[in-house]
Design a protein around this ligand. Structure first.
Ligand code: KE4
Length: 419
């Protein structure tokens, strides 16, 4: 692959932006090479600054479930632009989108639109704390919920329960109320509730984890979280920023039949534009300003362009519910190809990850024990062969409605030839 232009752009970019990128994973650090710069996208393909074409399985980290540059979404955005880009005032389209979300995810009785998943999660946690009057939160090792201070944590020394900052610039005090449990480990959750239960405001979980690579909830794990949070009066927050509208129109909560108290959404819901959502039962959401005392605000929240993209996205997904089975079948083919070269694969719907390990990958520690050097070799091999997958083992592969049978067959053949 010729990368002259990407390398030229990268050499200029690193002088102007940390790592030459606007989000760290894009810097290709985990795969030991300079990043490629993307110039345009269409359907299942992305094209870099040197004109190289790739079949894309990053899909902008999840939003592009219908493929890139979906004509209906582009048209909705272009039409909306003719009426202005931002008003800073309520609009009918926000009501339409809020109603669509409520009808597709009934647990979200009331919602608030924001601009990123980070903002959605940060606000949901603040609402849960305001509603319960409690300070402590529980998250799971290996789950990522954006970069708000209290969530950039790792297990403290000694017991699993204490958290310490996992980023420079986060004061220790900001993480003192964050408790860490192990995914799929009920005992680690029970231990925290036995010790702190009456001061735990919420448990936040990726109901299907996708930030340690894809890790599925074991049978009964989500049900257990629902029971223990009910028992202690804590809020159960499903972070469905990745899984919302990915596994089906009702998200993981419909897929597994579990009703959280709050949900965060992002990525797909914005149709590729900067938009995310937090919401939940009315009793909690009515704690949010201007009705309640939990303050949260945003200049571009509910932006008419982003909302138009989101409405177009959800309308198409609602009109084409058959796509979910189709993209799941295509993802299954890729999962089988990865297994044929000895990878351990976690796969659900159109979401999957292959790990180079002979262990079952069911939590953070088993995920990080996989051979990440081999993954980096695999990434470079796939890129050289025109297949663009996540430049990190701890992300997911996404299959879109735009991936053709030819794309899938080509991808599987290339995977099977990896040595
Ligand atoms: P954003 O602030 O990046 O919109 O969303 C944060 C977030 C919240 N919750 C979950 C479950 C998430 O996966 C994310 C962000 N996902 C990463 C990829 N795994 C975004 C990619 C990036 O950081 O560049």
């Amino acid at each position: 692959m010729k990368n002259t232009n990407s390398h030229r752009l990268y050499d200029e970019a690193v002088k102007l932006m940390p790592g030459g990128v606007n989000s760290p994973v894009r810097a290709f650090g985990a795969v030991g090479m300079k990043p490629i710069f993307i110039e345009r996208t269409k359907g299942s393909k992305i094209y870099d600054a040197d004109g190289n074409e790739y079949i894309d399985y990053v899909c902008s980290w999840g939003p592009c479930i219908l493929g890139h540059s979906c004509p209906e979404i582009i048209k909705a955005v272009k039409d909306a632009c003719d009426n202005g880009l931002t008003y800073g005032a309520p609009t009918e389209k926000e009501v339409i989108l809020a109603r669509m979300i409520n009808e597709l995810m009934p647990s979200m009785e009331m919602i608030r639109l924001v601009n990123s998943g980070t903002e959605a999660v940060m606000s949901a946690i603040r609402a849960a704390r305001g509603y319960t009057g409690r300070d402590m939160i529980v998250k799971f090792k290996g789950c990522y919920h954006g970069h708000s201070d209290g969530l950039l944590v790792k297990a403290g020394s000694g017991a699993l329960t204490s958290a310490v900052p996992d980023s420079a610039g986060v004061p220790k005090a900001y993480t003192d109320n964050t408790l860490i449990a192990a995914y799929n480990n009920k005992a680690s959750v029970k231990e925290l509730f036995d010790k702190y239960g009456d001061n735990i405001a919420c448990v936040i979980v990726e109901p299907v984890a996708a930030n340690m690579g894809v890790v599925l909830p074991e049978k009964g794990f989500l049900e257990f979280l629902r029971e223990i949070t009910m028992q202690y009066g804590s809020v159960l927050i499903f972070d469905e920023v990745i899984t919302g509208f990915r596994l089906g129109l009702g998200g993981v909560q419909e897929y597994f039949g579990i009703k959280p108290d709050m949900t965060t959404l992002g990525k797909i819901v914005g149709g590729g534009m900067p938009m995310a959502v937090y919401g939940g039962i009315k009793e909690i959401m009515e704690c949010v300003s201007p009705v309640g005392k939990v303050y949260q605000a945003g200049t571009l929240s509910g932006n008419p362009i982003a909302v138009s993209a989101g409405i177009a996205m959800l309308k198409m997904l609602s009109d084409k519910p058959h796509i979910y089975e189709e993209i799941s079948i295509k993802a299954e083919k890729i999962a089988n190809a990865l297994e044929s070269i000895g990878a351990y694969v976690n796969h659900i719907g159109s979401l999957l990850s292959g790990f180079f390990t002979d262990r079952e990958v069911k939590d953070h520690d088993s995920a990080v024990s996989s051979d990440t050097a081999k993954y980096a070799d695999f990434f470079r091999y796939m890129l050289e062969n025109g297949i663009y997958i996540a430049p990190s083992q701890f992300e997911a592969m996404f299959v879109s409605y735009a991936h053709s049978h030819e794309d899938i067959d080509k991808t599987c053949n290339i995977i099977k030839n990896f040595q």
